[in-house]
Design a binder for this molecule. Structure first.
Ligand SMILES: CSCCC(=O)C(=O)COP(=O)(O)O
Ligand SMILES: [Mg+2]
Length: 230
């Protein structure tokens, strides 16, 4: 079987600043109103209840919202936060409050790989619905159709090799056929431990100092999707 691509989002297909300076502040601002309006819906309540449990049990929605806002400030990759953020961003994309900028090399490469028959998948800490929203509203159009599979922290955390083993089992093929693209060395280390091939995206806009030598920890290093080979 040939190569299969698995890509991260933040720092890999889209800038860190889009996620930190646009998406996270939007979610932070919109969360109180969202919880007031939708907090009784079972699909929302179950995530709010998980946050309450982490807070030691029963607590008010105001406390839950403050907890979630604190987690946003810490960039915590908690599955409940990520699920709720995705629901909040839905309104932002639908109202055209923002679109998702991709690095300019990303859409052409994804389309070319797709046209060449290379399977494509996403693995992000953002929930699968949030991933689909982002790729459905990029500045290069709706790219959801290029992807064959989507993975989030339901398979486990991104620095844990077992997450990549689960992805390999679900995505199909051998782990060694999967090429994981990410800006985070610790994620690439975990993917390599699971047998995947790895490519470090080292984008100047996100990482002003090039990560050469030890800083790349043996992972193939590129600055653009145009330079990814497999
Ligand atoms: C699905 S877009 C939002 C990305 C996000 O919430 C996040 O935490 C970024 O994580 P990634 O694993 O893509 O670096
Ligand atoms: Mg990333």
């Amino acid at each position: 079987m040939g190569a299969r691509i698995l890509t991260d989002i933040e720092g890999t297909t889209s800038s860190i600043s889009f996620v930190r300076d646009v998406l996270f502040p939007y979610a932070r601002r919109a969360l109180p109103g969202f919880v007031r309006e939708h907090g009784d819906e079972p699909d929302v309540r179950r995530w709010l209840d998980q946050v309450a449990v982490e807070n030691g049990g029963v607590c008010s929605d105001d406390v839950i919202v403050e907890t979630l806002q604190g987690w946003i400030d810490e960039d915590r990759k908690h599955t409940a936060l990520k699920a709720l953020q995705g629901m909040v961003w839905d309104a932002g994309y639908r109202n055209a409050d923002f679109t998702a900028p991709l690095y300019p090399d990303v859409a052409p490469a994804l389309r070319a790989w797709r046209d060449a028959g290379v399977p494509l998948a996403v693995y992000s800490s953002g929930s699968v619905p949030a991933q689909k929203l982002l790729f459905g509203h990029t500045d290069a159009g709706d790219l959801t159709g290029v992807f064959d599979a989507w993975f989030d922290t339901a398979v486990g955390h991104k620095r844990d090799a077992d997450s990549y083993r689960r992805i390999a089992a679900e995505y199909g093929g051998n782990a060694g056929d999967i090429v994981f693209l990410s800006d985070i060395v610790e994620e690439l280390d975990a993917a390599r431990e699971a047998g995947m091939r790895t490519v470090l995206l080292d984008r100047r806009a996100d990482y002003p100092t090039p990560r050469m030598g030890n800083a790349a920890n043996g992972h193939t290093r590129v600055e653009s999707f145009a330079d990814v080979t497999f």
